[in-house]
Design a binder for this molecule. Structure first.
Ligand SMILES: Cc1ncc(COP(=O)(O)O)c(C=O)c1O
Length: 390
């Protein structure tokens, strides 16, 4: 047996992130997976091509006909995702919204009903407010911290319960085992967006979710230089997502897949550092007189801190942190304008700290804490508070 046939998928997180899915090219021995920048794939004979088409129609692994359908660079990334999410199968697509919309559409038809949590990313909210209802799919948005709300919303035609396990932007933490139980008692699929935590902090499939989706653009890529979507779960469910994505045209570019493939190797290192920085900042903000409240699952003041301790891995609580200053819009904007390290920007999960002042959410400041030296971030924020006084 070759050293390259070793099963790395049972090893620890960082080893899995680095070793799974990558092996030297059999001809050139190039150690890194190439960017397969090709739209189509050439075969020798009609018979061989027919055979490949038949295998491709069954979503057999390692079959390449056309890059809208499958591409080897994206497949190498999917192998890593499988190992990191503890899933039977995984699929990579163009962005988080492609992952979410294909996961939903492949499980819902006209006449079905879906329950979604009340706090989600804006475009996910549009799916439930406009896009799904316009196609004849009934939707309910409920506050999911109280399970009674979910029970009350269940209907005979409910097919899916969907939520962000740590929600955007309010950082509410869902009780995955309880909600999974409820979903399965009712014969529903439980689909979870885990963008805000990454598989280094939480693996929803281990707590009963049927499918996990990510904006891979965020922690998987980690450097803010590519768009990527991730879906993981059972093979039959992931194959249906493949079918939808192929027909709707949601493939990832091979270059973006390659950037994600490179980025994911340091996912554990980055998230460990981002989590340590975020915890230090959360405690620092909480002790400041200018601060009204801080939301961070690593703080004892977070309402689901105990649940976080039960579900989270590696002693980490993630890099997402929300701060509300005393006062209103003016205080939020003055503070944001006085800082120098974090850009005012949307997105999250990057090595650089990003700051999103959210006037639409009661002047909440959402930080995606990066990998800088936390002393420098604290000094920057301290100076910003001083400048506000002047
Ligand atoms: C929780 C969550 N899910 C999904 C998305 C959408 O991801 P993408 O921008 O990669 O389509 C985002 C984007 O910010 C997000 O925050």
């Amino acid at each position: 047996m070759s050293r390259y046939d070793t099963d790395f998928s049972k090893m620890n997180f960082n080893t899995r992130a680095i070793k799974c899915g990558d092996a030297p090219d059999p001809i050139t021995h190039a150690l890194n997976t190439p960017i397969y920048e090709t739209s189509t794939y050439g075969y020798e004979t009609a018979e061989e091509y027919d055979q490949k088409l038949a295998e491709g129609a069954e979503w057999a692994p390692g079959v390449y006909i056309y890059s809208r359908t499958t591409n080897p660079t994206a497949d190498a990334l999917a192998e890593k995702v499988k190992a990191l999410e503890h899933s039977e199968d995984a699929f990579i697509c163009s962005c988080g919204m492609a992952a979410i919309s294909n996961a939903l559409l492949s499980n819902l038809n006209a006449g079905d009903h879906v329950i979604c949590s009340d706090d989600t990313f804006m475009c996910t909210a549009s799916m439930f407010a406009d896009i799904l209802p316009a196609k004849g799919i009934e939707t309910s948005r409920v506050e999911i911290l109280d399970l009674e709300n979910i029970k009350a919303a269940l209907r005979p035609n409910t097919k899916v319960i969907y939520l962000e396990v740590l929600s955007n932007p309010r950082l509410k933490l869902a009780n995955l085992p309880e909600i999974a139980k409820l979903a399965h008692e009712h014969g529903c699929k439980f689909i979870v967006d885990n963008t805000f935590l990454s598989p280094y902090v939480l693996r929803p499939l281990d707590f009963g979710a049927d499918m996990v989706v990510h904006s891979g653009t965020k922690y998987y890529v980690g450097h803010g230089d590519a768009l990527c979507g991730v879906v993981a779960g059972r093979k039959e469910d992931v194959d249906r997502v493949r079918y939808y994505s192929d027909n709707l045209g949601c493939h990832i570019s091979s270059f973006d897949a390659w950037l994600a493939l490179r980025g994911v190797k340091t996912l554990g290192l980055r998230v460990a550092r981002q989590s340590a920085n975020a915890l230090a900042l959360a405690k620092w903000f909480e002790a400041r007189p200018e601060v009204d409240y801080v939301t961070y699952p690593g703080l004892e003041s977070h309402p689901q801190h105990e649940l976080a301790n039960k579900m989270f891995l590696h002693g980490c609580y993630g890099g997402m942190l929300c701060v509300h200053l005393k006062g209103g819009y003016e205080e939020m904007a003055k503070f944001a304008d006085a800082t120098t390290i974090p850009p005012v920007a949307t997105s999250l999960g990057d090595v650089v700290t990003l700051m999103f002042p959210k006037s639409a959410y009661g002047n909440l400041i959402r930080f995606s804490v990066g990998c800088e030296d936390v002393e420098d971030l604290i000094a920057d924020f301290e100076k910003a508070f001083e400048k506000m006084k002047g």
